[in-house]
Design a protein around this ligand. Structure first.
Ligand SMILES: C[C@@](CO)(OP(=O)(O)O)[C@H](O)COP(=O)(O)OP(=O)(O)OC[C@H]1O[C@@H](n2ccc(N)nc2=O)[C@H](O)[C@@H]1O
Ligand SMILES: Nc1ncnc2c1ncn2[C@@H]1O[C@H](COP(=O)(O)OP(=O)(O)O)[C@@H](O)[C@H]1O
Length: 285
């Protein structure tokens, strides 16, 4: 029996800006944020099993039942069962490179690539919109990874407006602190009353509303942002801790990376408007 296998990237994302404009009754915040993907991320490997089991390789620090890869696979399998569609079991392993809780969407991206890959392995019975609707309960960031194109996002991050961004190179630095997204969003000092963007949002002032609070709580993040400023304008992505600086070309980004203090982890990457997960899985826009 030839068991199907496939591999796909779970790319990092950057929030090129992140404005928080309000808070819903359920506690989630209304955002206006600009997402783009990077050509750098985890790699997930999927191998069909002859039985109906979902088996995910152990991930240090994350219980299997909490692993967003396992949760995504089980969620899709249950939906296929509800709809009476055939599906198989799968062994999933992962080459993890994205820092956890880093603001680059590692867990959400893993979940999204799992949904996209298994939907493809199981004869693509669900649409991208249906996968996004499933995925949002795993994380507010999952829909943009399912959408698979740079986007201006509103709502909690699920109302997506596709945008075309220029190609840039980024130095992304992780100052080795783990920041809980929930802890930032539930903090009393978080800015959560920013004005909504104007129609011409491209020329409006852009920032990350989580930065002032996170810089105050984590001095390493403030030091990272200050260090990056020596080379290019710097900003934090998501709720942090990762920060990034934008460069016109790879050499400029590489020059800065070579000077990065040993205590911090960094990588350079190019932004991609089309998610490399969609490219790897042959999903046409
Ligand atoms: C902040 C953003 C920006 O892209 O990214 P990260 O910094 O996590 O990468 C996302 O909105 C995060 O999405 P995600 O990481 O999936 O967060 P979730 O697991 O959905 O939510 C974790 C917790 O953050 C809070 N939360 C999240 C999103 C949102 N729009 N409002 C919120 O208040 C809620 O308290 C929620 O319980
Ligand atoms: N496959 C996974 N990869 C990364 N984190 C995961 C995974 N499954 C569950 N998690 C949990 O989700 C949390 C947030 O994940 P992540 O999306 O990487 O944060 P962020 O969106 O801030 O980058 C992690 O701290 C981890 O405890």
């Amino acid at each position: 029996m030839n068991l199907e296998t496939l591999s796909a990237i779970a790319p990092a994302k950057l929030n090129l800006f992140l404005h928080i404009t309000g808070r819903r009754d359920d506690g989630y915040h209304e955002l206006e944020t600009l997402f783009t993907f990077l050509n750098y991320g985890d790699t997930l490997h999927f191998k069909e099993r002859p039985d109906q089991e979902i088996v995910v390789a152990p991930m240090p620090g994350v219980a299997n039942s909490d692993n967003l890869i396992y949760r995504a696979a089980r969620m899709l399998q249950q939906r296929y069962e509800e709809l009476g569609y055939a599906h198989k079991g799968v062994d999933i392993s992962i080459d993890k490179v994205l820092p956890m809780g880093g603001g680059v969407g590692g867990g959400s991206s893993d979940a999204a690539t799992t949904l996209l890959a298994l939907n493809k392995m199981w004869q693509q019975r669900l649409s991208l919109a249906q996968l996004a609707e499933l995925g949002v309960s795993l994380g507010a960031d999952v829909p943009v990874f399912i959408h698979g194109y740079s986007a201006l996002a509103r709502g909690i991050g699920e109302q997506l407006h596709t945008v075309e961004l220029p190609e840039r190179w980024y130095l992304v630095v992780h100052p080795q602190v783990h920041i809980s997204t929930a802890a930032v969003f539930t903090h009393p000092d978080l800015i959560r009353d920013s004005e909504k963007l104007p129609e011409q949002w491209q020329v409006a002032e852009q920032r990350n509303d989580c930065e002032p609070l996170v810089k105050k709580l984590y001095s390493e993040v403030e030091k990272t942002l200050m260090w990056l400023l020596k080379y290019a304008p710097s900003r934090m992505t998501g709720t942090g801790a990762c920060c990034f600086a934008e460069f016109e070309n790879e050499q400029a980004a590489r020059n800065a990376l070579e000077k990065l203090p040993e205590k911090w982890h960094g990588f350079i990457a190019k932004n991609l408007n089309k998610s490399p997960a969609h490219t790897a899985l042959g999903l046409e826009k």
